[in-house]
Design a protein around this ligand. Structure first.
Ligand code: ME8
Length: 544
């Protein structure tokens, strides 16, 4: 059931690049942790992988934020960008590339990209008149604008989608022939039903594409916006921040000279708020530039706090650094990926983190590790022997001590890697974790059912059965440890090290080699000494 991917193109995964006008919050870390999980998962499958994140540093709102802080814009960007780096590092986000849109390599990539679009006839000079939202850096059609009030109660126009204030704007600038691409985009999506995951968002984009696409303004007058990349050969205009920002994905892999190999394997992780930019504008730009389209766009929903989207402007942001200290990095990552359902928004609550981590990480998973390795049950501290007469295959008749329930568990664990793989690949990481968690419960039930602590190990038959129970449980735990590496790398390492599983024995393929003795093959771990006892797997969290 598991595909061999060694012939597949290299895997390149990206996060959005984040605006530096606000400090990193839990929502940003959520995107980064999803991308990190995909990156680690593909790496385990033995693929060459690359993982990029970074910061989006141009545009009016950043220019304004720097001015408000009384700082030079570049210094301001450098400061905030390094905070993003620091937060990602401390949340075990193992990016291989970090890009900033104020870097020279990026300016060169954007200038080149612009020139290609222009030479291919997709950019023309025109004039734009309409609504513009600075916080969203977005042009809006009249149907996307509604009545609202500002903080002083005055009537203003706001964006229906974001609620941000919009202004009427009229200026000469360059337009991109977005309208030319509607059919091509529809054809692309129809031919690639997995291009946007989860499915719900794929249908949403197809629905958007049922309407005409107006041409898109892709520059701003320099007099309005100085903090950005000038249009090549027209210094009176600045390139629109979204065009500038999207090109970051190409910059990372060496566009325009040497991007082609990595570009063929690009996968974007994005929040649903920026789906239109990634699923419509970006593919249209790429088609116009004659470049391949992304392999997949993975979309996730938002964290809310008491029902409201977490955002700096609402002042309800959760600080990921502080929470990673309180709940540990693995606790926080596990919560984000186990509770963060991509299709719908989820409400963040500290109590939920405590409950989930205590029940699934401390009690269930930690309890299982402890049961298999505690000196009271495993005095010799080894990976014990498997005895096939006490645990015969179902096909040989259930004459041993194993019962039907045990065989059901073995089957569930052997099917687990395929289930996890499928759910990782359609971004239902929570379902993968749910399946792992269910199997952990089955294994705990298995030990409970056979109560090895009640066996008299001076009886040779009981001793064999005792060791078999532990062997089967450890094999389960070894599989869980391997499959959990992309999500909770620290805990997974602790489990595998304690079981004596070496670094070279932790790839995806090793999870497919579950309970090999049961299949009549050798087990490389049998009889091996366990690794050092480094204490409790996950300390129970206290509620405040
Ligand atoms: O949009 N819950 O940057 P940004 C979950 N620079 N994820 C959230 C979130 C929340 N409450 N809030 C933000 C930009 N995010 C552009 C992107 S890409 C070429 C340019 C995450 O700093 C989510 O991934 O506003 C969202 O799409 C992203 O942060 C927006 O970050």
């Amino acid at each position: 059931t598991t595909k061999r991917l060694s012939q597949a193109p290299p895997y390149y995964v990206t996060t959005p690049i984040f605006y530096v006008n606000a400090a990193p919050h839990l929502g940003h870390v959520h995107s980064a942790v999803i991308a990190d999980c995909l990156y680690r998962y593909r790496t385990l499958q033995g693929l060459g992988c690359r993982f990029a994140t970074g910061t989006d540093e141009h545009g009016l709102k950043i220019q304004q934020a720097a001015a408000a802080a009384g700082k030079d814009p570049l210094d301001f960007c450098t400061e905030v960008s390094s905070r993003f780096k620091e937060v990602f590092r401390s949340c075990s986000v193992s990016y291989t590339d970090y890009v900033r849109t104020t870097e020279d390599r990026h300016r060169r990539a954007v200038e080149h990209f612009w020139t290609v679009l222009l030479n291919n006839g997709f950019i023309y000079k025109g004039s734009y008149e309409g609504w513009y939202s600075t916080p969203d850096e977005s042009f809006l059609t009249p149907t996307q604008v509604t009545e609202g009030t500002d903080s002083l109660g005055r009537e203003i126009k706001v964006s229906t989608e974001s609620g941000h204030k919009v202004e009427w704007m009229k200026e000469d600038n360059y337009l991109f022939r977005l309208s030319d691409f509607r059919t091509e985009l529809q054809d692309w999506l129809k031919a690639n039903p997995k291009a946007i995951q989860p499915e719900r968002f794929y249908h949403l984009v197809l629905q958007w594409l049922e309407n005409d696409l107006p041409d898109l303004s892709v520059s701003r007058q320099r007099s309005r916006l100085q903090w950005g990349i000038p249009v090549p050969r027209d210094p009176e205009q600045t390139i629109y921040v979204w065009l500038d920002a999207l090109v970051n994905y190409l910059t990372v892999v060496g566009y325009p000279e040497k991007h082609s190999q990595w570009w063929s394997g690009v996968h974007h992780v994005v929040g649903k708020d920026i789906l239109k930019f990634h699923a419509i504008y970006w593919p249209a730009f790429l088609l116009a530039a004659g470049l391949p389209l992304p392999q997949a766009i993975y979309v996730h929903s938002h964290w809310t706090v008491q029902g409201k989207k977490m955002s700096k402007s609402l002042g309800n942001v959760i600080d990921p650094l502080e929470r990673s200290h309180t709940f540990t990095v693995d606790g926080l990552r596990y919560f984000l990926l186990r509770q963060g359902v991509p299709d719908t928004d989820c409400d963040y609550d500290d109590d939920k983190v405590v409950k989930l981590c205590n029940s699934e990480l401390a009690d269930s998973l930690g309890g299982l590790l402890n049961r298999c390795t505690a000196p009271s049950l495993n005095p010799e501290q080894v990976y014990p022997q498997f005895c096939d007469t006490s645990f015969p295959k179902v096909s040989e008749g259930l004459s041993g001590r194993a019962v039907l329930e045990d065989h059901k568990m073995v089957r569930a664990v052997s099917e687990l890697p395929a289930v996890v793989m499928e759910n990782f690949e359609n971004l239902h990481v929570y379902k993968a974790l749910e399946a792992i968690s269910r199997c952990v419960r089955l294994t705990n039930g298995f030990i409970q059912r056979h109560a090895p602590w009640k066996l008299n190990c001076s009886e040779p038959k009981d001793r064999l059965w005792h060791d078999t129970i532990l062997h089967v449980s450890m094999e389960c735990l070894r599989v869980y440890g391997i499959l959990l590496q992309p999500v909770v790398p620290g805990l997974a390492d602790k489990i595998l090290s304690r079981l004596g599983v070496r670094p070279g024995e932790r790839s995806w393929d090793h999870a497919l080699d579950f309970l090999s003795k049961h299949e009549g093959r050798d087990c490389p771990y049998e009889g091996r000494a366990l690794g050092a006892d480094t204490g409790v797997l996950f300390n129970r969290l206290e509620r405040n």
